[in-house]
Write a protein that binds this ligand. Structure first.
Ligand SMILES: CC(C)(COP(=O)(O)OP(=O)(O)OC[C@H]1O[C@@H](n2cnc3c(N)ncnc32)[C@H](O)[C@@H]1OP(=O)(O)O)[C@@H](O)C(=O)NCCC(=O)NCCS
Length: 187
């Protein structure tokens, strides 16, 4: 079985090459730029701005590759995409990992998102997670299609949960069972 923490060179659909590898505190300047570029677009992710390098470093220092992981896509030394997973904090939800992904404008729709999500899910399976979960704005059709094509199903809707440029937008909760489906315990 391949090591899910491997450092890999990918060729995207348009021929450009990127490195996909675990990220860490040494990437802080670059991941900060990446998240803030996506954040300032306002329509895709909850965060609009990480205010400083210190905060970014603090966030990055929590990734241990065991319960939490960050993968970055790097082109010409710059992080142009990041995907992360955080395990549930409690015994009752430790089997669940929450997933997030942000790819910069200019690097989208050439297959990178799928490759990054597949790597996160591969890592989750190796680490023994039973379920992946995420939240996506209802208006983010591209992301929803990607998640559905990976097998995620809609598990709930938080009605008008976010306000984007003055409009209320639903947040869709999606889940993917990674193992064989067990029977749910009776309520
Ligand atoms: C959403 C995101 C991760 C998708 O990654 P990507 O690299 O752009 O997408 P890919 O090229 O890997 O395409 C993956 C799938 O997305 C779907 N997709 C891609 N472009 C699409 C479009 N314009 N409309 C609808 N679906 C689309 C397709 O199902 C596609 O699969 P296919 O190419 O095998 O048919 C990426 O665009 C991104 O980070 N966007 C900004 C931030 C964001 O939205 N993050 C997610 C928050 S929940």
């Amino acid at each position: 079985m391949a090591d899910p923490m491997r450092d890999e060179e990918l060729t995207l659909r348009d021929g450009r090459r990127v490195r996909l590898r675990p990220g860490g505190t040494a990437d802080a300047e670059s991941t900060l730029r990446n998240v803030n570029r996506v954040g300032e677009e306002e329509v895709y992710i909850m965060i609009e701005e990480v205010p400083n390098l210190e905060e970014e470093r603090r966030w990055l220092s929590a990734f241990d590759g065991v319960r939490n992981v960050l993968f970055v896509a790097v082109a010409d030394g710059d992080v142009i995409g990041a995907a992360d997973c955080h395990a549930g904090a409690f015994r009752k939800d430790r089997h669940v990992g929450g997933v997030g992904i942000s790819i910069q404008d200019g690097w989208r729709e050439v297959g990178l998102g799928r490759r990054m999500m597949e790597r996160v899910l591969e890592w989750m399976r190796v680490r023994g997670f039973a379920k992946a979960e995420l939240a996506v704005f209802a208006t983010n059709h591209r992301a929803r299609r990607l998640y559905e094509s990976l097998g995620f199903v809609e598990e709930g809707v938080r009605r008008r949960h976010v306000r984007i440029r003055g409009e209320f937008v639903d947040e869709i909760l999606m889940g993917l069972w990674l193992g064989s489906e067990p029977a749910a315990a009776a309520p």
